[in-house]
Design a binder for this molecule. Structure first.
Ligand code: HT7
Ligand code: ZN
Length: 892
């Protein structure tokens, strides 16, 4: 396989000034006529246009058919030599959307046409320079049968529509902005839509529209509201106004990812558009808001300023994830009291960090570790990763922390001033930020900070605290280590160097009171101080501290690092009870729980009896009884750390022992604190009309967590409450919450009854049937035989990525008992499914392939069959480039 390196970037030797596309849409043979106005920039340069799975029909230059000896065409590209400096190239090609199961390029879903061009899908539509730095102005004509495809959409503004002969019609669209081809989109078919007009701050009217399958339109109103909120937020927070007169979202059931930010025509996985209270959970509502926001925000961070090459992907993705995180936090805090708003923001931060630790930390320590700006790849589709997205967002957040919110906003403004309309690099972004940083902090720069873009791995920061009673000082030493984090073997990577780490710290006295912090030489005192670690080891002295304090470390998770500090359990309990920083308060509880679960995992693996420590039970009882915490935050504190995060702390992972220990803790907490959990259930009912807002959603989260914990502890009456809640639920969060607890912890017959009922109720609603598959895939009783039976269910298909994710991915990634059961049947199942998926959709198959990324860390009895399964996949004839890259790296 060919490895592409960041250093090999060369500018494209032609400018493609304009692109005029004409589509004759037909499911089995769509014709695409492309007219390119070209300017050659380098003398004698050969024109190389990417093309895959295309049938070339004709090529003309300046109106003349090009002789066959003037060009070559193969499975990858069309090459033409000897073109004049200026010319018009016309290419006609054909493709078959109905057999396109990759969902990249032009494909058919539910009888409608959709496109997906990022990263390299445009080459499956027409021959083109399929790279983000080739930006052109597009006009598009769509033609198709009017009865079958009454709606014809593309990017930008509609120029006109007219009927043609033979029942066909056409629509002409023009995008006024230059764009790379990965932002091209078309949609054609039968759709219903909702719309409204919104006014921008400068007084322009914008038509906002959401299209979906006829009959689903009532379920798109929350997406439409979210779109309007996104528009207002980007204007208010960053002064960024929408540049088009029309902004469309279209939902499709078949989509490889969440959504796509095509200029003015976002295409969405229906799972992130459709919602109503009966059908969608609180989590679905918040995902819809976040993803609608994310794609909308790309209009500036991604579309107006785009990436020079795909190594710069985090330029748009890290920044846009940061922006959607901030948007969601602001929306959650809106219309709450100051105290509630602070808690809502903390909950959002906790949720984002939980995701980062569960998905990105393991990636950064495994075979697919890469810097947020990768140095090389074989298949770019494999680099839409938690590192590029979520760690990328943390790297942006650190810049905001270092510059301050005002400074960061000024830096962003400078970035747009310099680069609007261009395809640029991560370095360009940091340079814009740095110009503001230097102006506001003379003598400082972002030289060391830039290393975050080129170093992989999660740094460890070791903290040492020395209290000098006589001098009344506390010396804090921070030491960082980025080596030996499991990523030593990145090709071509230089030695790890110290990073610029913003490290927020507070100190509590032994009664839990926050100490005012004053650094030696400073007159200012504050509750939290931001230390900037820029070398391997640094010290800071805080003055006027009478007694040895308890440190509150990495407040608000100010950097994506692992903190090493030897807290006693008593110190953690103190932080859990008193820390004024809601993030580190939660963190203290997570650390206590992690220690408890890891100790019990070792006991379980060694065959020792399990027993929960009284101090841990007391800590959780205190959280349950603390009167001031709001429901959402309390639920986050009480929830146990996830298995993936815990596994990263084990030298050898025994996933079944870990799952047993974690469930034991949950069950014991349920049993020993039954009255407290019951009080949490009783005090957090949400009667009345459903609202997805954070306060009622938080109550439901706590109530459902408490009820499930009672059931985990087999507390008398819990199952009856769950069955009653399941039957009477007025919204999907409560119905699914009850069903999930029955499936996980209930009696098998009760779970089966409820599952059957659920299926019958929702048989005709694919997104709900996905939930039905996912619940069973992750059920404690689901083994490989059970999952195979589900895969034979008439409603199951591998062709639909949502369905494949619901059953196969959920089982392989989130059912440790079933997947890792002794004997390796789970791994053989994984290999079969990866290969079956690879024949249909390599991008999705490659994501499933990553379920084995951390195989070397498992106990030897599992490692051997895991390796065998990986080898079986690797040697399979005709394996895609995408899966080959993943399994080869895992086996290296
Ligand atoms: N920028 C979008 C990426 C995307 C994508 C990539 C590969 C294959 C299919 C895809 N669909 C969407 C999504 C985003 O980050 O907004
Ligand atoms: Zn994105």
């Amino acid at each position: 396989p060919v490895t592409i390196s960041r250093q090999d970037y060369r500018p494209y030797p032609f400018e493609i000034e304009s692109v005029d596309l004409q589509f004759d849409l037909d499911p089995t043979r769509s014709l695409v006529h492309s007219r390119l106005a070209l300017q050659r920039l380098t003398p004698d340069a050969e024109l190389v246009l990417d093309g895959e799975e295309l049938e070339l029909v004709s090529v003309k230059v300046d109106g003349e058919v090009l002789a066959a000896d003037r060009y070559t065409v193969d499975a990858q590209a069309l090459r033409i030599k000897g073109l004049p400096e200026h010319c018009v190239l016309e290419i006609t090609s054909a493709c078959n959307p109905s057999t396109n199961s990759t969902l990249m390029g032009l494909y058919v879903s539910n009888g409608n046409f959709f496109t997906q061009c990022e990263a390299e899908g445009f080459r499956r539509i027409t021959f083109f320079a399929d790279r983000p730095d080739v930006m052109s102005r597009y006009t598009v004509t769509l033609r198709g049968n009017k009865a079958a495809y009454p709606v014809l959409l593309s990017n930008g503004n509609l120029l006109g529509e007219r009927d043609l002969e033979d029942g066909r019609h056409e629509a002409r669209w023009e995008d006024p902005f230059r764009k790379p081809c990965y932002l091209f989109a078309l949609v054609a078919g039968k759709f219903a839509h909702v719309e409204r007009t919104a006014r921008t701050s400068s007084g322009r009217n914008i038509l906002l529209q959401v299209y979906s399958d006829p009959g689903s339109e009532d379920k798109t109103l929350y997406a439409l509201d979210s779109l309007e909120r996104s528009m207002i937020w980007d204007e208010t927070r960053y002064g960024l106004e929408l540049d088009l007169d029309r902004f469309m979202i279209v939902a499709t059931r078949d989509f490889n990812m969440g959504a796509m930010e095509n200029k003015g025509l976002n295409i969405f996985n229906a799972a992130y558009v459709l919602a109503d209270p009966d059908f969608a959970t609180d989590a679905n509502y918040s995902d819809i808001e976040a993803i609608v926001g994310h794609e909308y925000f790309h209009n500036w961070t991604g579309n107006r300023v785009t990436c020079r090459d795909w190594f710069q992907l985090s330029l748009k993705e890290g920044l846009t994830v940061f922006r959607d995180q901030e948007f969601s936090a602001d929306m959650m805090a809106a219309s709450l009291s100051a105290e509630e708003a602070a808690s809502a923001r903390a909950v959002k931060r906790i949720d984002d960090v939980v995701t980062l630790r569960a998905a990105q930390f393991p990636e950064d320590a495994g075979p697919m570790a890469h810097p947020i700006r990768p140095e090389s790849y074989q298949e770019i589709g494999n680099f839409y990763t938690a590192t590029v997205y979520e760690k990328g967002a943390e790297v942006i957040r650190m810049q905001q922390t270092l510059l301050g919110v005002d400074g960061f906003n000024a830096g962003l403004k400078e970035y747009f001033r310099r680069h609007d309309g261009q395809a640029v690099t991560c370095d360009d972004f940091v340079a814009a930020m740095e110009s503001v940083y230097q102006a506001r902090h003379p003598g400082k720069d972002l030289t060391v900070f830039r290393r975050w873009y080129r170093q992989a791995g999660t740094p460890r920061v070791t903290v040492t605290l020395r209290h000098d009673a006589a001098a009344r000082t506390v010396t804090v030493e921070l030491a960082q280590r980025s080596d030996k984090v499991g990523v030593e073997r990145l090709p071509g990577e230089p030695d790890k160097q110290p990073l610029h780490i913003p490290f927020a710290i507070g100190l509590l006295d032994q009664t839990g009171r926050a100490l005012p912090l004053r650094l030696a030489g400073s007159t200012d005192a504050a509750d939290t101080v931001l230390l900037e670690l820029t070398t391997e080891r640094q010290q800071w002295v805080f003055e006027d501290i009478a007694d040895a304090p308890v440190p509150s470390l990495l407040r608000d998770f100010s950097a994506p690092v692992i903190v090493e500090y030897d807290f006693s359990d008593a110190e953690l309990a103190l932080l859990l009870a008193h820390d004024t920083n809601a993030f580190t308060r939660w963190e203290a509880g997570q650390e206590l729980a992690s220690r408890e679960i890891l100790r019990l995992t070792a006991d379980q693996a060694a065959g020792r009896p399990l027993s929960l420590s009284a101090s841990f039970v007391n800590a959780w009882a205190a959280v349950l009884r603390e009167p001031t915490l709001d429901a959402a935050y309390r639920e986050r504190v009480l929830a146990l750390p996830g298995e993936k995060t815990l596994a990263e702390r084990m030298t050898e992972v025994d996933p079944v022992a870990l799952a047993v220990a974690r469930d034991f803790v949950r069950a014991e907490l349920g049993r020993q604190l039954a009255a407290d959990w019951q009080a949490a259930v009783d005090n957090n009912q949400t009667p009345g009309e459903y609202s997805p807002d954070p306060i009622p959603a938080g109550r439901r989260a706590l109530k459902n967590f408490a009820l499930a914990t009672l059931q985990a502890g087999q507390v008398a009456g819990a199952e009856a409450q769950l069955e009653a809640q399941y039957a009477a639920a007025q919204n999907m969060t409560d119905r699914l919450g009850a069903l999930a607890a029955l499936v996980q912890f209930g009696e098998a017959a009760a779970a089966d009854r409820a599952l059957q009922d659920f299926y019958q109720r929702w048989e005709h609603e694919p997104l709900v049937i996905d939930k039905w598959f996912a619940l069973q895939a992750t059920g404690r009783r689901t083994d490989v035989a059970a999952v195979r039976k589900l895969a034979d269910h008439p409603a199951f298909t591998l062709r639909n990525p949502n369905r494949a994710r619901a059953l196969i991915f959920q089982f392989c990634l989130n059912n440790p008992r079933g997947f890792h059961a002794a004997g390796g049947a789970g791994y053989r199942f994984w290999a079969e499914q990866v290969l079956a998926l690879d024949a249909l959709n390599p991008d999705v198959a490659a994501r499933l392939a990553r379920a084995m990324d951390r195989w070397v860390r498992f106990v030897p009895a599992l490692r051997a069959p895991m390796r065998q399964a990986l080898e079986q996949v690797r040697k399979h004839p005709g394996l895609s480039r995408a899966v080959t890259e993943i399994v080869s790296k895992a086996l290296e």
